[in-house]
Design a protein around this ligand. Structure first.
Ligand code: UDP
Length: 241
């Protein structure tokens, strides 16, 4: 299936349900491929970072993480079905894995966070096994890779932030005894309860980004890329690209 181009990054135009089904197929195939969930900030980053751009293109699934991507695609005249937030996607896959006694490995975030997230996830998804945890602050990833190799999880959540997680997954693609890798940014902090997600009403209104900004005002520098993203999409549309 051809991808929907949003300022140089190709996205899979899938619904949440389609994305989860596809992930289950990929896990079944066990080729250790990976999923990325870029937001506008990452799309803007990829314009200046060739390695990130190629890591995104190499993913088995490229999901439109938030309302920004879907809006950008609409401005470009390429409407997409819906936003597929990475964290909701991961929950959908974990619910299905739990039904068949599958396993997940949590990699990333500050020391202690993945363990806390593990507790929440096994309570929320009875039947799901957490095959292991590792924090995301390392100088050498060899011991982590050894641990993942021994754990052989169905799904590996790689939560190191962008572009670190995308580059790490591209490096390890096809090499680990893992069903599927998934780059999920700050999701372990949310599962662990150290960071709160926007209330559902805000999410429905497409204001998750605003909630995050209000909670963490230091994100303003990163978020200033959003208006630039919208302006570039509008410019590209006007130029007929
Ligand atoms: N992180 C990490 N290793 C690093 C840098 C960041 O594990 O070297 C973690 C960080 O603790 C946080 C996540 O990566 O849990 C990135 O969170 P952020 O909210 O910046 O990601 P986003 O969801 O916005 O991509």
């Amino acid at each position: 299936m051809s991808r929907t181009d949003v300022l140089g990054v190709g996205f899979d135009d899938v619904t949440m349900a389609e994305a989860v089904d596809r992930a289950l197929e990929l896990i079944e195939a066990r080729e250790c491929r990976y999923v990325v969930t870029p937001n506008p900030e990452i799309v803007m980053l990829a314009k200046e970072d060739a390695a990130l751009k190629s890591a995104l293109a190499g993913a088995a699934l490229v999901l439109p993480d938030g309302v920004g991507i879907v809006k950008g695609a609409a401005i470009l005249g390429r409407p997409m079905k819906e936003k597929v937030p990475g964290i909701d996607f991961a929950c959908g896959v974990m619910a299905r894995l739990a039904e068949k006694g599958g396993s997940v490995y949590l990699f990333g975030a500050k020391p202690g966070v993945a363990e806390k997230a593990a507790q929440t996830l096994v309570e929320k998804y009875p039947g799901l096994a957490v095959a292991g945890t590792s924090d995301g602050y390392f100088t050498d990833d060899a011991p982590i890779i050894e641990k993942i190799r021994a754990a052989k999880p169905d799904m590996l959540l790689v939560c190191l932030g962008a572009p670190k997680q995308e580059l790490w997954m591209a490096k390890e693609e096809g090499k680990l005894p893992v069903g599927l890798m998934c780059g999920l940014g700050g999701s372990l902090d949310v599962f662990a309860g150290t960071v709160k997600r926007a209330p559902e009403s805000w999410q429905r209104l497409g204001l998750e980004w605003l909630y995050r900004l209000l909670k963490e005002p230091r994100r303003i520098g990163r978020m200033m890329k959003l208006p630039v993203f919208v302006a570039e999409a509008a410019g590209a549309r006007l130029r007929g690209k």
